[in-house]
Design a protein around this ligand. Structure first.
Ligand code: HEC
Ligand code: HEC
Length: 393
């Protein structure tokens, strides 16, 4: 009898405690040691990184300025009617907000936000380049984008004094004195020097991550509870950190996450398969004739050891999630409109669409609506107003 009473009053006490000291106690998020270690591995931010050894103009202020001018320069396009900026709009975090970009004609893929590019190992959704300057040449030559040729670019640079003079001041040669391929490589390098200066700022997540490391209670409390719950799913049962790894939230590799490969219902986008082939065939890469890196060093680059595996078919590069709230729509084909849609994709994953040999890292997460909105709340704390920093030291 006494035992029963004690149990009842114990229950009553627990209820009262819940009512009075409230939701805070009930909701407080605790992280395990393993989760804490993973959270810390997503920083610190920013990551300092030096100039690109394959680009002799990387970090040079005059090349950065010329690159910025060329980035907005319609004269790099065949019809003198569009530029890099048409699909990488500064006010839209250097994307265009469209599912698939529109140049001279429509391309098959979603424009990638240009930020933190010195941290990339590969460029493009399919990793068709291993340097930023080589990646910057593709849209100039692609008939659907700017539609120019090496000869046309050399001719345009030679014809317009404002371009010719700066080109010569930086390279020491007038455009007509160089072969078109070298002119293209140099233009790519100026564009790269500029794009390298675009970085994402510190975010609410970074404040939280550093507070966790320092044990700063006030800063820990400032991070919203729903973001903490979402972060716990991200590093825990969601397994997101396996691929969206490290300070830039990407392992820099290629995976298939069960999206369709079909473009317009008829053609197929082979992803990494085609990208790897294009990369191997290109004369513009780290160990090619236009790289400024000492060749024995370039030959040791991780990209030179990349080998094709059959699971690369239909795989795409793991995108960084920094500033992801500002870069909708999502995925290589822009098929998912919002972050809720992206998280729901992982929750409801269609296993039949994954490779036959299984992308073993992925399984449907079957999240509740609350868990989905928490994960989205976390993803939103990875964004802040983009900014340009001074050229690399
Ligand atoms: C017609 C629209 C369009 C134009 C014009 C365009 N881009 Fe892009 N850009 C894209 C798309 C789409 C992607 C993704 C390409 C892919 O993976 O197939 C992309 C990808 C990139 C990337 C890769 C970023 C990364 O993280 O891998 C860089 C760098 C880039 N563009 C720079 C440029 C530069 C420099 C110019 C001008 C010379 C330019 N772009 C012109 C649409 C465009
Ligand atoms: C197996 C590796 C892998 C795992 C695990 C993974 N992702 Fe991804 N993620 C990718 C790849 C690859 C893409 C690009 C896919 C594409 O476009 O084909 C992507 C794209 C995204 C995007 C769209 C970003 C953009 O700019 O378009 C978001 C958001 C995202 N993932 C969030 C998550 C979350 C949240 C989790 C955990 C629930 C997660 N990812 C788990 C590999 C992974």
């Amino acid at each position: 009898m006494g035992g029963l009473l004690a149990r009842i009053s114990g229950t009553a006490f627990a209820c009262l405690a819940f009512v009075f000291s409230g939701a805070v106690l009930a909701e407080e998020v605790e992280f395990t040691l393993a989760e804490r270690t993973l959270i810390l591995s997503h920083g610190p931010w920013p990551v300092e990184i030096g100039p690109d050894p394959s680009n002799q103009f990387s970090g040079q202020p005059e090349a950065v300025r010329f690159g910025e001018k060329l980035f907005a320069e319609n004269r790099l396009s065949r019809d003198v009617n569009r530029s890099c900026q048409s699909c990488h709009v500064p006010g839209l975090s250097f994307t265009d907000g469209l599912p698939r970009s529109q140049g001279i004609s429509r391309v098959d893929r979603n424009s990638i936000s240009l930020a933190n590019l010195r941290l990339n190992r590969w460029f493009g959704w399919d990793g068709r380049s291993d340097t930023l300057w080589a990646q910057s040449i593709h849209p100039i030559l692609d008939g659907r984008e700017l539609g120019a040729t090496g000869d046309l670019i050399r001719e345009r640079l030679a014809k317009h004094a404002d371009l010719a003079e700066t080109y010569e001041a930086i390279t020491g040669s007038a455009p007509p004195d160089q072969d078109p391929e070298t002119v293209l490589a140099n233009v790519g390098k100026f564009l790269a020097a500029y794009q390298e200066t675009l970085v994402t700022p510190r975010t609410a997540f970074d404040e939280f991550r550093d507070a966790l490391e320092a044990g700063d209670e006030a800063d820990l409390a400032a991070y919203p509870e729903e973001a903490k719950r979402g972060l716990k799913t991200f590093v825990g049962k969601g397994n997101c950190s396996i691929c969206h790894f490290g300070p830039a939230f990407t392992n820099k590799e290629f995976h298939n996450i069960g999206l369709t490969f079909f473009v317009d219902g008829t053609r197929v986008d082979s992803g990494r398969f085609g990208g790897f082939k294009a990369f191997r065939e290109s004369r513009f890469n780290r160990y090619g004739p236009h790289s400024d890196e000492p060749q024995h060093e370039a030959a040791a680059a991780p990209t030179n050891f990349a080998a094709f595996t059959h699971s690369d078919w239909g795989a795409f590069r793991v995108p960084s999630l920094r500033n992801v709230a500002r870069t909708a729509p999502y995925m290589y084909n822009g098929a998912l409109e919002t972050l809720v849609d992206a998280v729901r994709h992982y929750s409801e994953l269609n296993l039949d669409r994954l490779h036959a040999d299984g992308e073993t890292l992925l399984k449907p997460l079957n999240l509740t609506e609350g868990e989905i909105s928490d994960l989205v709340a976390f993803l939103q704390t990875l964004s802040g107003a983009p900014r340009q920093v001074a050229a690399n030291p």
